[in-house]
Design a protein around this ligand. Structure first.
Ligand SMILES: Nc1ncnc2c1ncn2[C@@H]1O[C@H](COP(=O)(O)OP(=O)(O)OP(=O)(O)O)[C@@H](O)[C@H]1O
Ligand SMILES: [Mg+2]
Length: 610
């Protein structure tokens, strides 16, 4: 059923894909596969046998030539038992093969989804940022299902439908080979029609996938933006946008349903021609005594039984080709590799707590996020952070502060210069050991919808309950956690929404405490808090910074006035550096930022931009 036009639409490496499915996903299921195939063969053969039994059954019904009563022959007892036995065997083997092959399909889906997700979480930050989350989710769920259907249908096509068809054709040919040849003339027609329908199904499936992707994105965005939607009264607007997407998708789905529904009647149109031709020809043959009525019964029985395998085989191509296209996408997702990886000779980085270790140096570092960015995010940055010191990065919004953290954690690789920890270039150590030695507390602490204890334990998987509680104590979080309905076992809600901003931040600090890394990165950890929360968080941070090298990004300059050294960034450049006193005396950008800060108590960023 292949033609050059549709060959183009399927991946060029169809064989490679089939081979990979077999190797990666069927290889582990040999037993299930063997059972399914065995019972498929049994089902096929019993179907053939059933057709064959119709001959003797039909002959029984005819008046016997000798005029003896039919009830006198032993066949009247044996035949019904045989028919019943064959039908039961067919029913049993059909059940076993169907349930086995479906289970096999589901296991393949699950294994493929596991591999997809595993590859997803290992990707670089840049790759993840570029990902369309809605499309990913719909591909994740939908492609795997398409793959499953193709596998189940493909295995069944080869082992069940083909063998059934062969057995039935054999029964037909045994009854009358000329009639059998007449039937074959319809096959190319069926194949052609199915091919046409199949390729249009594939195109519709592809469009439907795109629509489903944008629909999932719309839903995810609506949920994530719920506060804005409420605050700005955008419910009707959002609902309308989603409804437009739904309507577009509905159109595609209806088209698709029509095409799918047309496969069976189209097969039947051809079957009608075949059955008509057969009856016409057989009638003449019987009239001329060239064909026995019993043989004709076998023939017709086999022909009618053959409808099912022909239908199923005709549906195989559309299903298999969209399954293969889906499999190609699934494998592309699985094969996407992160660009930031360990060097081949990477060593394990061990950083001692201050004062023995934890020094960070940036030497003439430049970095641009993407080729189409108008300017580098940081340019020629030099930083020297002594072990155990507290260094602050300040500067207007967009000046490159967070970027410096991203580079130190090697979320991105720098374009020029070098970054070192205790003299080890960070590109020469393993990513795992680099990140293990750094604790990051972000501006917007990320909590997962798990218990408080689990969220803290993310800092050091496997930490004991006592360690977790100690960390919470140190982070000034124990009191409020103990007051929660289920204490440490309270689930925090999606994104930690059941907690206040300050509470979330203290949990994030407890997590960092538990991590006990010698280098600490704080990104605007105290913004957006009221005075009391801020005092508690500050106290917790002071404890956290003890014996550690700390780099802190702060918008409230009063919280970093005690830093050992401040770097003032502007448009990716370090424009000033020194202690608070030195910078104030200099009367430059820092002094201006500080004065604005003092008088307005609002983040420096907004002021400088205004
Ligand atoms: N993921 C990204 N992709 C592309 N450009 C980015 C990305 N993140 C930041 N930038 C750009 O890099 C520059 C520096 O951004 P950065 O986040 O480091 O600023 P910042 O000093 O932390 O600002 P803020 O005080 O507002 O947090 C900005 O011009 C920003 O637009
Ligand atoms: Mg930032």
């Amino acid at each position: 059923m292949l033609n050059p036009k549709t060959m183009k639409e399927t991946p060029a490496n169809t064989i490679a894909i089939v081979h990979r499915i077999a190797r990666d996903y069927l290889g582990t299921q040999k037993v299930t596969l063997a059972i399914a195939i065995f019972f498929m063969i049994v089902t096929a053969l019993t179907t053939g046998a059933l057709a064959k039994l119709l001959g003797p059954a039909f002959n029984l019904l005819l008046p016997s030539p000798a005029g003896s009563p039919v009830t006198a022959t032993p066949a009247i007892w044996i035949l019904p038992l045989e028919v019943c036995g064959v039908l039961w065997l067919r029913a049993l083997s059909y059940f076993i093969q169907q349930s086995r092959v479906d289970a096999l399909g589901e296991r393949v889906v699950t294994a493929a989804q596991h591999d997809m997700f595993d590859s997803l979480v290992r990707r670089d930050l840049a790759q993840l940022n570029a990902l369309h989350s809605g499309s990913f989710v719909s591909n994740f769920l939908y492609d795997a299902t398409l793959m499953r259907d193709a596998i189940a249908k493909g295995v069944a096509a080869v082992w069940l439908e083909s063998i059934t068809l062969i057995a039935l054709v054999a029964a037909m040919a045994y009854a009358d080979w000329k009639l059998t040849l007449i039937c074959m003339i319809a096959l190319p027609g069926v194949a052609w029609a199915m091919e046409r329908i199949g390729s249009s199904i594939r195109r519709a499936t592809k469009r439907n996938m795109d629509e489903t992707g944008s629909l999932s994105t719309a839903i995810v965005e609506a949920l994530e933006g719920r506060r804005v939607i409420k605050a700005y009264g955008l419910e009707a607007y959002t609902s309308q946008i989603t409804n437009n997407r739904l309507q577009l998708r509905l159109k595609q789905l209806v088209k698709l349903a029509k095409r799918r529904a047309s496969t069976v009647p189209v097969t039947d149109i051809f079957m009608g021609i075949v059955v008509g031709a057969v009856i016409w020809y057989a009638g003449r043959q019987i009239a001329h005594h060239h064909l026995k009525p019993g043989d004709f019964a076998v023939f017709m029985g086999a022909l009618l039984l053959a409808q099912q395998p022909v239908r199923n085989l005709s549906q195989l191509w559309p299903v298999a080709s969209s399954g293969l296209t889906a499999a190609a996408r699934v494998f592309a997702m699985i094969d996407a590799k992160p660009h930031i990886v360990d060097a081949s000779d990477a060593e394990t980085l061990t950083v001692h707590h201050a004062p023995a270790g934890g020094g960070v140096t940036f030497n003439n570092v430049s970095f641009t996020y993407s080729a189409d960015a108008s300017a580098p995010a940081v340019r020629g940055v030099d930083l020297d952070v002594k072990p155990g010191s507290k260094v602050a990065l300040v500067g207007p919004s967009g000046s490159g502060k967070t970027t410096i953290f991203n580079l130190l954690l090697r979320f991105y690789d720098i374009d020029e210069g070098s970054i070192a920890i205790d003299g080890h270039d960070i590109r020469q150590v393993t990513l795992e050991s680099l990140r293990r030695n750094i604790a990051l507390v972000t501006q917007d602490p990320i909590l997962f919808d798990e218990s408080v204890a689990t969220n803290i334990a993310l800092g050091r998987p496997g930490a004991s309950r006592a360690d977790i509680e100690q960390a919470a104590h140190d982070a000034a979080a124990h009191e409020f956690i103990a007051a929660l309905p289920e204490g440490y076992d309270t689930r925090v809600g999606e994104g930690g929404l059941k907690l206040s901003g300050g509470q979330r931040q203290r949990i994030a600090i407890a997590r960092a405490m538990l991590r006990n890394a010698p280098i600490l990165l704080l990104d605007e950890a105290t913004s957006a808090l009221d005075t009391e929360s801020e005092r508690q968080v500050q106290e917790a941070l002071t404890r956290l910074m003890k014996d550690r090298t700390t780099i802190v990004i702060a918008h409230r300059l009063s919280t970093v006035a005690d830093a050992d050294r401040l770097y003032v960034l502007d448009q990716g450049h370090v424009v000033e550096a020194g202690t608070h006193g030195e910078l104030m005396a200099k009367g430059g950008l820092y002094a201006r930022l500080y004065h604005h800060n003092e008088t307005t108590e609002s983040p420096a960023a907004g002021l400088v931009q205004a």
